[in-house]
Design a protein around this ligand. Sequence first.
Ligand SMILES: Nc1nc2c(ncn2[C@@H]2O[C@H](COP(=O)(O)OP(=O)(O)O)[C@@H](O)[C@H]2O)c(=O)[nH]1
Ligand SMILES: [Mg+2]
Length: 366
Amino acid sequence: MDLAIVGPAQSGKTTVFNALAASHARHGDARHEQLAAVKIPDERLERLARLVEAKKVTPLELRLHDLPTLFLPAGRHGEKGRAASGEAAEALSRADGLILVVRAFRRADMPHPRGDVDPGRDIDEFRSEMVLHDQGIVERRLKKLDTTVRSSRPGEREEGQREQVLLQRIRQYLEDGRSLRDSVAGRDEAKALANYGLLTLKPVLILINLDEEDIAKEAEIEGDYRGRYGSGSTFVGAMCARLEAELGELEPEEAAEFRREMGATEPAAARILAQTQEVLGLVTFYTPVGTECRAWAAPAGTTAVEAAGRIHTDMERGFIRAEAISWKELMGIGSFAEAKKQGRLRSEGKQYVVQDGDVLHILFHV
Ligand SMILES: Nc1nc2c(ncn2[C@@H]2O[C@H](COP(=O)(O)OP(=O)(O)O)[C@@H](O)[C@H]2O)c(=O)[nH]1
Ligand SMILES: [Mg+2]
């Protein structure tokens, strides 16, 4: 899964990237994309690994893209809604989700390009930019379709016409200034729109980049913005990126000591990373097999046989059944053997819908 970090210039995108990627960062320069594969901290996985005495623990990984500021500042250029071209634009259009960083840190030595610090305004503006960007895509596609539909033979017209109807509906949505995320009707439509690179279709985590002095109020500020901006697939988080980036370079004990002094309760970067799974609409399941304990991600609604296919195609083909137990229940019982003895391992068939936190043992024949 790929998450692209976007936002206005100087909002702290690169700092967020460094904070989330910590030691995993691969450095590029500011004009180009930076990419990092980041392991997602997962307390459930760690505790499960201890329970089964796993020698190898494999967490989920996420690809993070730090993109240069792609949109033109609103109002200053004639052509709004045009994203930069090249590798960064490509990464943006292909990302599964976005992290929108907005500046809430103050800093007298670094004036905000727009005068005052106002995260709400920046969120609204960036969203409008994204809507304009998508309008551009839809307009261009409709124009092209118009020509193809008119020049195609009667029998071949239907497909193009279906696409026209869908895009016209989408266009109306965008004209009303709305994001497409919460407008798509069902899986078929989502699939039909998947390849256009529409930005407002992607789930987004709005990340309020806090001032160092507001760290003790992290939860409060986050809750406030969540109330105003959180909805279906728009999530909200808050952290002080610069502090997190600096702490990420320290030893864990040392970092914890600093956090206490600053009034922070828990590692914010880890919390934000863990939240990305929810943003992407994924459930996490676990497979302790032999000496390895591993976390897997799958879209919500994935069935047991599809989950097996994520692990190995042989498992999908030869799927017999899955033994399943929720992580929480297993931790309460204390061991697999005991869970089995008590008859608490459920036996699930192909169509079982995997739940977040399931521990699965898949039985299959080759
Ligand atoms: N005080 C403070 N400064 C920050 C914070 N995050 C970023 N900055 C500073 O803001 C400037 C721009 O940050 P950068 O990550 O390069 O922004 P980008 O243009 O969005 O990638 C740098 O000087 C950062 O050190 C923060 O949380 N607190
Ligand atoms: Mg940057």
